[in-house]
Design a protein around this ligand. Structure first.
Ligand code: N01
Length: 536
């Protein structure tokens, strides 16, 4: 309950979230003289990297790219220990950033924002937290992430299960003791694929319940040498250049050719080279893997062969091989020993397409073909992606309109940064921006820089209200769809299109036109005096 006797603190800007986006937003807002404060649900900074503590959690973007580029001092003092950093190491980095830049005093931890209401009279946002605290600000900057609204599917009988149930995105901080236990995992996306080898090593027995097989690439993770860290430190300018000019926000080695312009031998050799390097580089070795069905099929078949070769039992391999959607159309996975885990004696794979799940009982998962006992149930079932983190807050714009209702047929935004009918709301990596399709940290830096640049300009011009014009929003949404339709992304039932959430509108949510082109567009809008926005 809110107490009207308690004065409501007022700021220039309120930030929601203290992950990579929120931390940088606080830093930049304060640096440019804006009074600001953030609310964060977790008890510490880090966002995704605070919550995702499941065994095997690590980033699939290389550490030397998955870090801020805004501060030469920060860049110079931090060493990464592995090519792909673990969750604990990335969390340490986020904590270091918070401490180094003295951001913690501006953050209320353990505080979830429940309501955000635009008040036209005062031209401010009034926020109310779940525990009844309030705060007011001219601008509301959401930095809630794209994959923070974890999703527990409505599995029949789930409530009757007597053992432990853990979602990968809400993993207990103290870990889970799996020794001697029978463990079941539902879900084989990035989280499941990372967790399975580790769970199999710890549990007495692991049963993996797969609905859709995924394509996964070997990480080939390894320790980073002092020399590699040293070199990266001396290459900050290159990093920044790639962030500006690169399609994905980092350097990608590509042949610059179509997969269809080379012969079978050359194509295969190129795939083999990238397979040996590991990580996601193989996706861009040719220019058209994500845009041309035939080019895509060459890579898809190459990866299918690798899966078949890694798995001893041909029947298990058949279940693991994706056949009905293009590689990369669902977010590509990166693993360490995922497929070979199915060669372990203590691991079974259940194909839920062949034997649909009937119910969860108090001690088992029952399908149409069998009953699989379990003492621990791991839900690697993903997220209400991109929109969920925003619509789980009751956000009310002009005339009391609800963001959740306004987006019930799919999210609509201008540049992924602003929403018509929601003045002074600025969404870091919102739907309609490149975010999840590019290096997230670069996407966050670009958005925050643009937002802070915008607020500075408004302050200089004595403007205190900015709102996306509906027609600019319509044309941006049309452009996002048009670009998506030139790719193969819409051809899979992925979280990019909301397919993983029952009843969610099927709309391709991120912008697939590249961070470089997107950045140019945003800068051009700013240069033009914020074309497409109504300022007053
Ligand atoms: O979630 P997902 P995730 N019954 O949605 C299945 C990022 N990430 O947490 O495909 C049975 O990908 C679902 O099946 P289907 C990354 O961007 C990054 O794994 O819908 N199964 C699917 O197999 C990633 O893409 C990193 O048929 C059900 C799985 O659960 C994103 O987060 C690590 C079901 C969900 O897969 C999300 O990944 C982890 C049901 N009712 C995550 N409901 C790295 O950086 C869902 N499923 C490495």
């Amino acid at each position: 309950m809110t107490d009207p006797a308690i004065p409501v603190p007022e700021y220039d800007a309120l930030v929601v979230g203290a992950g990579f986006g929120g931390l940088y937003a606080l830093h930049q807002l304060r640096a440019h003289g804006f009074g600001c404060h953030a609310f964060e649900t977790g008890d510490d900074v880090g966002g995704t990297w605070y919550w995702n503590r499941y065994p095997g959690a690590r980033c699939d973007v290389e550490s030397l790219d998955y870090c801020y580029s805004f501060s030469p001092e920060l860049h110079a003092e931090w060493d990464w220990t592995e090519r792909f950093a673990t969750q604990p190491e990335i969390l340490r980095y986020a904590r270091h950033v918070a401490d180094r830049f003295d951001l913690r005093p501006m953050i209320s931890f353990g505080t979830r924002v429940a309501f955000a209401v635009w008040e036209e009279q005062t031209r401010t946002w009034l926020l109310t937290t779940e525990d009844g605290r309030r705060a007011r600000a001219r601008f509301l900057v959401t930095a809630v992430g794209c994959l923070s609204a974890s999703r527990v599917p409505d599995l029949p009988g789930l409530g009757t299960f007597r053992g432990e149930v853990h979602h990968t995105g809400r993993w207990p901080h103290g870990g889970v003791d799996l020794a001697g236990k029978r463990v079941a995992v539902v879900g084989t996306g990035s989280s499941g694929i990372q967790a399975v080898p580790e769970l199999a090593a710890d549990a007495a027995h692991l049963t993996v319940f797969q609905r859709t097989p995924n394509y996964s690439l070997p990480a080939r993770n390894r320790p980073l040498s002092g020399r590699e860290n040293w070199r990266a430190k001396s290459e900050l300018e290159e990093l920044r250049t790639h962030a500006r000019t690169g399609f994905s926000g980092f350097y990608i080695a590509s042949t610059g050719r179509s997969a269809l312009d080379v012969g079978e031998e050359e194509r295969r050799a190129a795939f083999e080279r990238k397979w040996a390097i590991g990580g996601t580089e193989i996706m861009s070795v040719f220019t058209d893997v994500l845009t041309d069905g035939k080019a895509n099929e060459h890579l898809a078949e190459f990866v299918r062969e690798k899966i078949r070769a890694a798995v001893d039992d041909p029947a298990t391999a058949r279940k693991l091989v994706p056949l009905d959607y293009p590689i990369g159309a669902k977010r590509i996975c990166v693993d360490t020993g995922y497929y070979s885990t199915y060669n372990r004696e203590n691991v079974d794979l259940v194909d839920l397409r062949a034997e649909p799940l009937v119910e969860i009982t108090e001690d088992a998962i029952r399908t149409e073909a069998g009953t699989y006992p379990a003492e621990v149930l791991v839900l690697a079932t993903g997220y209400d992606a991109m929109t969920g983190p925003l619509t789980r807050i009751d956000i009310r714009g002009t005339g009391g309109r609800s963001l959740k209702e306004q987006w019930s047929s799919g999210p609509r935004s201008y540049l992924g940064l602003a929403v018509a009918g929601f003045p002074n709301l600025l969404t870091v990596t919102g739907p309609g921006s490149p975010s999840v399709l590019v290096n997230m940290v670069r996407a966050v830096e670009q958005h925050v820089d643009w937002i802070v640049g915008c607020l500075r300009r408004l302050r200089e011009d004595g403007v205190d209200r900015i709102e996306a014009r509906p027609e600019a929003q319509d044309s941006w949404v049309a452009h996002v769809n048009e670009v998506a339709d030139t790719t193969l992304y819409p051809r899979a039932g992925s979280w990019y299109v909301g397919a993983n959430v029952e009843g969610k509108a099927r709309v391709f949510m991120p912008y697939a036109g590249g961070l470089n082109h997107y950045r140019e567009r945003c800068e051009e809008v700013a240069r033009s005096g914020y074309r497409g926005f109504a300022l007053s």
